[in-house]
Ligand binder design. Structure first.
Ligand code: FAD
Length: 317
């Protein structure tokens, strides 16, 4: 079922959902299930599965380093299919511009269609670890907007190199990313919102936000988006702080601000167990306020760990 249909069906009730990351290559999928199981009591209608960018590894061959490109956390579509099959819920694979040619993307989408996956998140992807800025892959898309257009075309039976007369078109519901504190490369929040509107006008049916720790940022973002004519659901994506290092890491990686009260509370902790508890309390308070404001879904960035998300959900759902 489409995410937008889940939201309609809920008739104003806030839904619970979360995002997971595939395990490192060679690890067992059971680890994922062990972290999903405790969250199933909160009835997530869907789970997102991220896609990781490829990266370079250096293999020592008799003293000479051989540079190879690899993906450390492969398996997004397979994991989506296995979760869908095991729990009978919808899964949302993240589809990236970076690291994929348009043809590879088409084949991936065809796999998703065969597997009965109804939703996809269309994302540009981050720069590779070695790159300062995002470099488009040869033969791949430059912006998420182009990916949205490819998926929309496929929904109409328009493949890359053929228009296929078919009564079995995909009907992917397309999600895209939005940034309450603007995307780190955008020159202003307004210009980033103009880009977001382009994605929605091209066919995106819902938005999931980057994490934020001050709800006012989300409320202002929604107001600004609505004033520009972006009418689709805007799902808040939130994450509990889990370790002290997040105070430096999250602003550095995502260019987001942390509220001073949260910084002070984390600074006062003497170990990461206390930090995890502060993160739970902060995120639960955020969640309750967002829920009271009537957000359609609370979407948690779980990073594959469920104990803190469960502790939050118990206080909210
Ligand atoms: P875009 O919408 O393409 O925007 C990228 C930048 O380009 C923005 O600054 C935008 O303002 C600008 N822009 C857009 N169009 C134009 C144009 N025509 N001309 C000039 N500038 C333009 N990353 C992963 O690698 N894997 C994941 O699974 C993943 N999941 C995510 C899930 C969510 C909910 C979010 C919020 C982010 C996720 N990301 C993921 C991170 C995301 O890939 C990065 O933030 C990336 O840098 C931007 O992706 P985007 O889809 O927002 O890009």
């Amino acid at each position: 079922m489409k995410i937008t249909e889940h939201i309609e069906k809920a008739k104003g009730k806030t839904l619970f959902s979360f995002e997971i990351i595939p395990p490192m290559k060679g690890r067992n999928i059971q680890e994922l299930y062990d972290n999903i199981d405790p969250l199933m009591e909160f009835n997530p209608p869907f789970i997102d599965v991220t896609t990781s960018r490829e990266e370079y590894v250096y293999i020592d061959r008799d003293g000479l380093l051989d540079k190879k490109l690899t993906r450390m956390r492969p398996g997004t579509v397979g994991i989506c299919a296995s979760i869908k099959h095991k729990y009978d819920i919808d899964t949302v694979p993240h589809v990236l511009c970076g690291g994929f040619t348009r043809e590879e993307t088409e084949y991936l989408l065809i796999d998703c269609h065969y597997l009965g996956i109804d939703n996809v998140m269309a994302l540009r992807g981050d720069a590779m670890r070695e790159e300062k800025y995002f470099e488009p892959t040869k033969g791949g898309h430059v912006y998420a907007l182009d990916l949205v257009k490819q998926i929309r075309d496929l929904n109409r039976g328009k493949y890359l190199h053929d228009v296929i007369e078919t009564d079995d078109c995909a009907h992917f519901c397309i999600g895209v990313a939005g940034y309450p504190e603007k995307h780190l490369e955008a020159p202003s929040l307004k210009s980033d919102l103009i880009r977001l509107k382009e994605k929605v006008d091209a066919g995106a049916e819902y938005v999931v936000t980057q994490m934020f720790f001050d709800n006012q940022k989300y409320f202002d973002f929604v107001t600004a988006a609505r004033s520009m004519g972006i009418e689709v659901p805007i799902i808040p994506g939130i994450k509990p702080i889990a370790v002290k290092r997040h105070l430096q890491l999250l602003p550095q990686v995502f260019r987001i601000d942390l509220p001073q009260d949260l910084i002070d509370a984390v600074d006062a902790c003497t170990n990461n167990k206390q930090v995890r508890q502060v993160g739970i309390e902060w995120c639960a308070a955020q969640s309750n306020e967002l829920k009271a404001a009537g957000v359609p879904v609370l979407h948690y960035y779980s990073m594959g760990k469920s104990d803190n998300i469960k502790a939050i959900a118990e206080q909210v759902f």
